[in-house]
Design a protein around this ligand. Structure first.
Ligand code: DX5
Ligand code: ZN
Length: 216
């Protein structure tokens, strides 16, 4: 069964406590928290104080996706705010290996995110050092976008790389995940499915999470 990580970007920010309660009662495994700086991506979402408050409302895993330039400046702050896992973008890091070491030294699981145009092969010399690869299946910055079909090829290629090296790196898919494509994503090799719009804009978010969880 896939790990389900609802993205709170699509939640009702006026009622975050209720959204947490709903997720706590659901089959959701992780809280996916999208942080944007208006520089790496053309949008600004929420940051440290919001995450620190959310931390009081759940014991579930905080999967923080940093869409910010030079994320090493804030890794320690996100740990203090309650992040369990920290994912940084390949395209936003000048010294990615150092950033990964920093995240792990702080006691968090380290992830690397790839934009749609970034090939999975570029992780060839880092794969053994990271816990997760996040494949963006839309261009980062906004929820509610259309899934990019070429993502399937990237998942299959990455799955093969991980298998050939005998690693247990997780593959996370982020963007345009729906009830309809979740089964194929899982079958292609995705371990973690992020879903924002699909969960929070559905008439019954808990039932939708349940469906995603049991998609294969
Ligand atoms: C986009 C974010 C996603 C976003 C996904 O930059 O990384 O996590 O919330 O939203 P949906 O599921 O609506 O495509
Ligand atoms: Zn995300």
């Amino acid at each position: 069964m896939p790990i389900i990580a609802p993205s709170l970007l699509a939640s009702n920010f006026l009622r975050l406590e209720d959204e947490c309660k709903m997720l706590n009662e659901s089959n959701a495994d992780w809280f996916h928290l999208d942080v944007m700086d208006g520089m790496f991506v053309p949008n600004i979402s929420f940051g440290l104080p919001v995450i620190a408050q959310l931390r009081k409302a759940t014991t579930k895993v905080f999967d923080v996706h940093l869409m910010i330039e030079q994320p090493e400046r804030y890794a320690e702050d996100f740990k203090k705010a309650g992040a369990d896992r920290l994912t940084v973008h390949y395209e936003a890091c000048r010294h990615l290996h150092r950033n990964v070491q920093q995240i792990k030294a702080l006691g968090m699981k380290a992830g690397v995110a790839l934009n749609p145009a970034t090939p999975v092969d570029l992780l060839s010399d880092l794969l053994q050092d990271i816990d997760l690869v996040l494949i963006m299946s839309v261009n980062p910055g906004f929820g509610g976008q259309q899934f990019i079909p070429h993502t399937f090829q990237k998942i299959r290629n990455l799955r093969r790389m991980i298998h050939d090296r005998g690693l247990d790196t997780l593959i996370e898919i982020d963007g345009g995940v729906t009830v309809e494509n979740s089964t194929s994503l899982s079958k292609a090799g995705a371990d973690v499915l992020v879903a924002g719009t699909t969960v929070f804009h559905s008439s019954d978010p808990k039932a939708t999470i349940h469906t995603l969880k049991n998609c294969n």
